[in-house]
Design a protein around this ligand. Sequence first.
Ligand code: 5GP
Length: 184
Amino acid sequence: MIIILCAPSGSGKSTMVRHLLDSYPGKYELSISATTRAPRGQEQHGKEYYFISREEFEQHIQQNDFIEYEQVYEGLYYGTLKSEIDRIQSAGRTIVFDIDVKGGINIKRIFGDEAVSIFIAPPSVEELSRRLYSRGDTSEDMIQKRLAKAEIEMADAPYFDYIVVNDDLATAKAELDLLINQKQ
Ligand code: 5GP
């Protein structure tokens, strides 16, 4: 069983992912992606991401080591190494993917019925905008970029097995639990 969680930024996805991992200790494990972007703040290699150079990333592409990869933002690569899936599955755990919408759709295509793909949607773009502004830690330019990306990503929601609207966090968490438990 593979769980794919995707959402536009500001939809409360990280909170939902945390909830899932914390509610069932030892059952789920987050797939760690490789990226060529630099670590931010306290981020550590092997924890949030495998931070690798562009040369190393391109070498992995040539060796066909990725199950999927993408240039999410200009010039920055993000991808899931096949070895990451082997690592989690051989530990007997369920993989959780927390990746962007395009990546999520690709993973679902590869794993088919073995995977359940869940789109976490904000109640509306207006609400998403309100949430991004109320965080107060993002520039106007970045908020506009994220909102534009969110609108495009919301259009892909129908490609997912399920859509959970994150209006009220407790309800959304309960819905997620229900979906996942049904599937196992
Ligand atoms: P950030 O740089 O903010 O950590 O992530 C930027 C974007 O890349 C997010 O939308 C995140 O979900 C996406 N992302 C992270 N890992 C992967 C991956 O392995 N594949 C794809 N396609 N997207 C990823």
